[in-house]
Design a protein around this ligand. Structure first.
Ligand SMILES: *Cc1c(COP(=O)(O)O)cnc(C)c1O
Length: 301
């Protein structure tokens, strides 16, 4: 499976060269890093003789959508524990949840308080009583097998890049990239959420030290989007003929452009950006932008 690196351009000339690894093209429905994260987990489900996957996510979760579709393709039952009890009644208005349901995923809505117990044994035991035995995929799909899958994003042809940049949610993806990058490469992660717990999460899986997190480009927190970001995304997609998702990759690319302008990268640097996919989330985001009477994200490039 070869994923292309597409050269990208910003509005003004830069003294660095920038390429985008089009992981978003890996599969039409199991997008980007979620495909990588599911790969070895699906093999493990099979090896364990399980027929059901249970996992967790928010209402617009790329992971929920990806798991639902992958489960359908593999002939597995899927259960999604969804954060936010109030969503139960409006789930057919939410494109992500509608898609998951159409793939046969059974959705189970819980309050934010209960959702927080998602790693507790007693909570998981209750879920087993309710749904029967299952293969547990943590939130965001991150576990050791997911990290192993994400390590396959980089290949030999990427060894000349000086910097590799990706968005960070739970940290599984960047951990895989860190583990397969070369010592001379610097991996920069752009958290999509506030908080400083992520470094510890990444250290659970990452085996090298040549990485850093760049805070300050989350636009106020997870899932938060404003006019500046939308305008950036639309300018970018027009110029480069590629869509970026507003929650992860879009914020990372915005950050990289800002850092280029601020002279962070030495002249001549070769920078590889990882497009982790997530384009299914644009539709739901546009509905919410319309409610807020803000410009929406162009989906035609
Ligand atoms: C889930 C997701 C991420 C974050 O990946 P983690 O492994 O959780 O850090 C980044 N980009 C997109 C598009 C995603 O869907």
């Amino acid at each position: 499976m070869t994923i292309r690196n597409q050269q990208i351009f910003f509005e003004t000339d830069t003294s660095v060269s920038v390429f985008l690894k089009r992981e978003d093209e890996i599969h039409p429905f199991i997008s980007g890093n979620k495909f990588r994260k599911l790969k070895y987990n699906l093999l493990q489900v099979d090896a364990d003789g399980q027929d059901t996957i249970l996992t967790f996510g928010g209402a617009f979760s790329n992971h929920i959508a990806a798991t639902a579709f992958a489960g359908k393709e593999a002939g597995l039952k899927t259960i999604g524990i969804i954060r936010g009890e109030e969503l139960e009644h409006t789930s057919d208005e939410n494109p992500t949840l509608r898609f998951a349901t159409s793939c046969g995923m059974k959705l189970h809505f819980v309050t934010r308080d209960i959702y927080r117990q998602k790693q507790e044994v007693s909570f998981l035991d209750n879920l087993k009583k309710k749904f029967g035995d299952f293969y547990l995929l943590p939130e965001g799909g991150t576990n050791a097998l997911a990290v192993k899958g994400c390590a396959e994003m980089l290949n030999q042809a990427d060894s000349h890049f000086d910097f590799i940049c990706c968005a960070v949610g739970t940290g599984g993806t960047i951990s895989g990239i860190i583990n397969s990058a070369l010592p001379h490469q610097k991996i920069l992660g752009f958290p999509a959420l506030k908080g400083d717990f992520l470094k510890d999460e990444i250290r659970i899986f990452a085996t090298n030290e040549n990485w850093d997190l760049i805070g300050g480009y989350h636009f106020g927190g997870y899932g938060k989007v404003d006019e500046t970001l939308v305008s950036f995304l639309n300018g970018f997609s027009q110029k480069n003929k590629v869509l970026l998702d507003p929650i992860y990759t879009g914020k990372m690319v915005f950050g990289v452009r800002d850092m280029i302008q601020n002279g962070y990268f030495p002249e001549g640097s070769k920078i590889l950006l990882i497009h982790t996919g997530g384009l299914q989330g644009i539709e739901g985001m546009n509905i919410s932008l319309q409610h807020r009477k803000l410009p929406i994200i162009n989906t035609h490039v």
